[in-house]
Design a protein around this ligand. Sequence first.
Ligand code: PSU
Ligand code: MN
Length: 316
Amino acid sequence: MASHTPTAGRRRYEPTLSAEVRDALAAHRPVVALESTIIAHGLPRPRNLRVALELEELVRSAGAVPATVAVLDGSARVGLTEGELKRVADDPEIRKLGHRDLAPALATGASGATTVSATAFLAARAGLRVFATGGLGGVHREWTETQDESADLRLLARTGITVVCAGVKSILDVPATLQRLETLGVGVLGYGTTRFPGFYLASSGVPVDWTVHTPEDVAEVMRARDALGGPESALIVAHPVAEADQLDPELHDRVLAEALEACREQDITGQAVTPFLLDHLMRRTAGASLEANLAAVRGNVALAARIATATAAAAT
Ligand code: PSU
Ligand code: MN
């Protein structure tokens, strides 16, 4: 580590773009960033790899280029090959990297899947404008005891990227999370809804201040933000899962209460909390929460591709 020759053996820490992503950006073609924590830590193996490939295919069939983000052997990557996606999906030891973990991961040559905070940061650095995920992290229900608030929120407060999501994970305190987003100055648009979505559920019941209806509406809000300038912050496009695909609300509430109790009893803390709760819900709903989660993610990825396309068209 302590070499005194200024450049010898220095590694490059800037994000490396895949050739496909680099070409698309240079030609102002639409690109959609995808995160990898949902693949490595949010979905069960081996289905996670099939989902990762399916999400990339959804972006392509909408005429955009997918850019899944991860860290491989100390290199921050924007755009993965199929073999690289497989590494992220298959490795049970792969780490979960938030934004603060990026520098130590790069400096030590580690590999890891990126959360919303790390993905949004790297994607924005690479010049991407649109990012799709399932549900954002946020303020946990036990906040007064644990002070657990996802690093996603603070990172989104200072990163200029549009994030399409099904709201925040319903394992969280949704009203408190929305309040934090307001305090932090993060924009929130309901897509075709006047209620903030509830991740597994179409609605969390909490109203949103602004509603848009088309990808072009979102592109226009992005254009207005660019024209206004000012501090960079994220724009959240809150896109609900279709009611037909949501988890039964009664089942959701019952199993979630159980999951939160199990988390307390087993003393799960830190980065492990979110994967533990998602896994608990999946097992106790016999996979129904997984199907709702996947339906939400698919919808978000397809919408993100349309928004990226509308944005690219508006820029030319
Ligand atoms: N959306 C999903 N499944 C997930 C996640 C999002 O449908 O697993 C991940 C995202 O990577 C998000 C992370 O950033 O969960 C939040 O983790 P934490 O609460 O530890 O910050
Ligand atoms: Mn946390």
